[in-house]
Design a binder for this molecule. Sequence first.
Ligand code: AMP
Length: 546
Amino acid sequence: MESTMMDYPLTVPHILERAGRYFPKVEIVSRLPDKSMHRTTYREFYRRSRALAETLRKAGLNQGDRVATLMWNHYVHLEAYFGIPAAGGVLHTLNLRLHPNDLEYIVNNAEDRFLIIDDVLLPVLEGFRSRVNFERIFVVNHSGAPLAAGLESYADLIAGATGEFAYPKIDEREAAGMCYTSGTTGRPRGVVYSHRSTVLHSYNCVLASTMRVSASDVILPVVPMFHANAWGVPYAAAIMGAGLVFPGPYLDGESVLELFEREQVTFSAGVPTVWLAVLQLLEQEASRWRLAPGLRLAVGGSAAPESLIRAFDRFGITVLHAWGMTETSPVATIASLKPHLERLPEDQRYAYRAKQGYAAPFVDLRVVGDDGKEVAPDGKSMGEIQVRGPYITAGYFKMEPTAEKFTADGWLRTGDVATIDEEGYIKITDRTKDLIKSGGEWISSVDLENAIMGHPAVAEAAVIAIPDPKWDERPLAVIVLKPGAQATPQDIETHLAGKFAKWWLPDQYVFTDSIPRTSTGKFLKTALRDQYGKRGPGAAAATKVA
Ligand code: AMP
């Protein structure tokens, strides 16, 4: 029997219309590349996003055509998030930190027709421009300097709008956006989001048991808009009418805290490295900052150490630990505590909050062992996380789905290794390729890193496997100390000793000034393996003390 319900498509223009209709007075604040502050409202954002859609159509954009963006987080990028899909186009966010060869590959693979770019990022474009075919390049000319030949002004483009614009008819299954994975091996792979997946994902993000976004929020996405839809924050904010504060290129702890205070931010999202920097500043001089009460931070991209969650609590700031990937739109699990877990003793509560949480609505999740069967939900047995759902990718752009990435019964193989407990909370122990296999047993590099980062002198730590003739592999810890702090390998080992079996403890500790990062701010373990992985057993551990 058929229902009597309307067949109403879930599309991005609906979110835009809603924002313009109900939240015109809500503010959108951006820090621009010259550090000046730009202030606007949803009313203007609505008008300009529609102007972008109208003028892109007039410029010849057809349904399904890709428009690339190369921008920091600010109000124009927000317009692109809405205006491009509203024109029936596909928003293709380019990661400005990638190597020019990768950008060249990605732009050509996606067949991007147009580009919208920040003037300050034109040097990035120059690195690969001659090897790609953008038909038109629109520059967000923050500085106002004259534009070179072949470049057009974004402001002039949208100034050509009449306001007489009707959205094209959009099927909810059509593409709205795309983003390439930033995997450390192989070519980047294109993930294509539909209008439907974008709407369902954004809607999931606002829920009380996920990121709890409401009209009372002022949200600062530190997570870049060029990566994985900025975790759905721009769309989630527009659905609920939350205020937005964009940091532009300034993502250091000081700049972020300054904006938190100035705009009384209530919710932010980013990778742990950003929050480690923020925390250090708070620990140095908490009284310097007058932050909004009840500030929440969504932390993901890599594991949030329990020590980080505890430390922020001391400042009245709540960390929400989430997990996902480009392929999962990205938010797939979130560690909000179920009410009966809130009543557990403190240590157990923190242990839960340091897990990556349980699956968001409509995300099916299972943890599968080497034998192809789901592991026991005992919080101990490890296996690969596999997911499926309406905002999980079923393949990659222009690629045949492979058995390495998808199971025969249609689940995405995430490559993340985790345990799952009886409450359904997962705890990521590693990427498949980062696990350390010592004497036939697995050691979790993530667990060791998080514990080392709990030492008061440690700012950052990454653990990798080094070859060992007897045990096959053994852990090596690369450690950055806090400015002025001191610690020896023995200090770290004593700190770890009670927490892990003896054979888990790293064989070597290397102290260094910084740990190389990926383009999305995670520790670049391939570089660490190149640098330290060839060390044999017993190589003298550098004991430089900062
Ligand atoms: P990306 O597609 O670049 O967003 O990277 C996704 C990968 O980041 C996942 O497959 C995980 O390996 C890792 N990741 C994301 N969130 C977390 C988290 N909360 N804890 C541990 N690893 C995470």
